[in-house]
Design a protein around this ligand. Structure first.
Ligand code: GLN
Length: 224
C-alpha cells in the first residue's frame, strides 16, 4: 500500500494560484456562505478566476457582496445555523431584489420552494421542489461526465454525493443539464442557479466562470 502524502491528501483546488481579474468588466464581489460545508473549495475556485471571495458568516456580511454561493454540506445543519443568525429574511430580501445566487447540492436544497421531506425548512428562493438524497445513501454516490450545453465542450466531470433531486420545476425554471436517464440536475431561473452536483470539487472552473459572468452582468445592469 502506498502511504498518503501531503500532495495526495490535499484537494487539487486548494493549490490554485490566484488568477488575473479580467480588465474592464465590472467585477462583482462574490460571497460564499461560510457556516458549514465546502465553502473553502468554492472560495478557491473563485480565487482561481481572479475573484476575491468574501466569506459570509453573518447577515451583515450580505451587505458587502453582489452575489452569493450556498455550498454543499449538510442542509439541516446549514439551515439551523442560518436561522440561529437570522439570515432568512435578509437573504430572501436580497434575492427578491435581484442578487445572483447559486446553490450546490445542500445549497440547492436550501434554494428550494419546498421539500419532499419534513426537514429542513428551505429558503424558498427558486421555484422548484426537491427531494434530499434522491439517489440513496452515501454508498450510492457517483461520478459522471455531464453534457452542459451552456458550458460547451468537453463534458464536465461531476460528483453526486448524497445528491438531491428536482421533483417539480416551475415554468420559469430552465433545465441546464440532465443525466442520461433524463433526470434534471442543473437549473437556472433568472440570475439564480441550482446544481445537484459539486463543480467546486473539480479542477474545471467553467461552472464558476458561468456564475461569475451572471454576477458581473447583474452588477453592470444595476449600475446603468
Ligand atoms: N444530502 C445532503 C443534505 O441533505 C446534501 C449532500 C451534499 O451537499 N453533498 O443536506
Amino acid at each position: 500500500m502506498t502511504h498518503p502524502t501531503i500532495e495526495t491528501l490535499t484537494p487539487a483546488t486548494w493549490n490554485v494560484i490566484p488568477g488575473e481579474a479580467p480588465d474592464g468588466a465590472s467585477q462583482a464581489c462574490i460571497g460564499v456562505l461560510a457556516l458549514q460545508g465546502d465553502f473553502l473549495e468554492h472560495s478557491m475556485m473563485l480565487r482561481h478566476l481572479g475573484v476575491q471571495p468574501v466569506e459570509v458568516r453573518l447577515p451583515r456580511d450580505l451587505d458587502t457582496v453582489d452575489a452569493l454561493i450556498l455550498p454543499g454540506g449538510e442542509s439541516t445543519t446549514m439551515v439551523r445555523l442560518m436561522d440561529l443568525h437570522d439570515f432568512r429574511e435578509p437573504l430572501q430580501r436580497r434575492v427578491r431584489e435581484g442578487m445572483p445566487i447559486w446553490g450546490t447540492c445542500a445549497g440547492m436544497i436550501l434554494m428550494a420552494k419546498s421539500l419532499a421531506e419534513d426537514r429542513p425548512e428551505p429558503l424558498g428562493l427558486m421555484d422548484f421542489t426537491v427531494t434530499r438524497n434522491a439517489y440513496g445513501r452515501q454508498l450510492e454516490s457517483f461520478e459522471t461526465d455531464l453534457d452542459i450545453p451552456v458550458l460547451g465542450d468537453p463534458a464536465l466531470h461531476t460528483f453526486f454525493i448524497r445528491a438531491p433531486g428536482f421533483l417539480e420545476l416551475g415554468p420559469e425554471v430552465e433545465i441546464l443539464a440532465r443525466l442520461a436517464d433524463g433526470m434534471p440536475v442543473a437549473a437556472r431561473e433568472g440570475a439564480k442557479l441550482a446544481t445537484a452536483f459539486h463543480p467546486e470539487l473539480t479542477n474545471d472552473f467553467r461552472f464558476h466562470a458561468y456564475f461569475v459572468a451572471i454576477a458581473n452582468e447583474a452588477l453592470a445592469q444595476k449600475k446603468e
